[in-house]
Design a protein around this ligand. Structure first.
Ligand code: FES
Ligand code: FES
Length: 173
């Protein structure tokens, strides 16, 4: 049974006012209604992290939140991260430089998690275990994680840390 509800929210800085079925989860609302397909769906039950977005600045699994629960909230998705001129965000640039992605399916969720981590660290340098812990909710089937961790260490780690210049597949978070 279709149960339409009105939602008003701000998505990537833009006001949104839509009717949505009360049972539609936020990831489907973003992807189908707003055509923001950068938020990916993997498991659809909160495990893989592919659907990670920011809600009022906090990372959220968009597959576990209903669109109606986003009423009145501020949503940021991967589409908001690069500049309007197409220039990559430093996190995206570091992931590219460090071979932190292959198929890229997990990458939007990883980027949103790292954005939150960067904000929460408040300028403090992070250790590799801290970075791995923060990324532990983002599953990646391709990279072995080392390239992702190296990218984060480039940005958030101690400045004199030695990091590999090539991906070292096979390690895990
Ligand atoms: S699709 Fe949401 S956590 Fe996997
Ligand atoms: S790059 Fe393919 S799942 Fe992470």
């Amino acid at each position: 049974m279709f149960d339409p509800r009105r939602v008003t929210l701000v998505v990537n800085g833009n006001p949104v006012d839509r009717m949505v079925d009360s049972r539609v989860h936020l990831a489907d609302f973003l992807r189908r209604d707003l055509k923001l397909t950068g938020t990916h769906l993997g498991c659809e039950h909160g495990v893989c992290g592919a659907c990670t977005i920011l809600v009022d600045g906090a990372s959220v699994r968009a597959c576990l939140m209903l669109a109606v629960q986003a009423d009145g909230r501020r949503i940021d998705t991967i589409e908001s991260v690069a500049g309007d001129d197409g220039i990559l965000h430093p996190i995206q640039e570091a992931l590219s430089r460090r071979h932190g992605l292959q198929c890229g399916y997990c990458t939007p969720g990883v980027v949103m998690t790292l954005l939150e981590l960067d904000r929460d660290r408040d300028g403090r340098s992070l250790s590799e275990p801290e970075i791995r812990a923060a990324l532990s909710g983002n599953l990646c089937r391709c990279t072995g994680y080392q390239g992702i961790v190296d990218a984060a260490l480039d940005l958030f780690g101690p400045k004199n840390i030695e990091t590999s210049t090539q991906p070292t597949h096979g390690s895990s978070t």
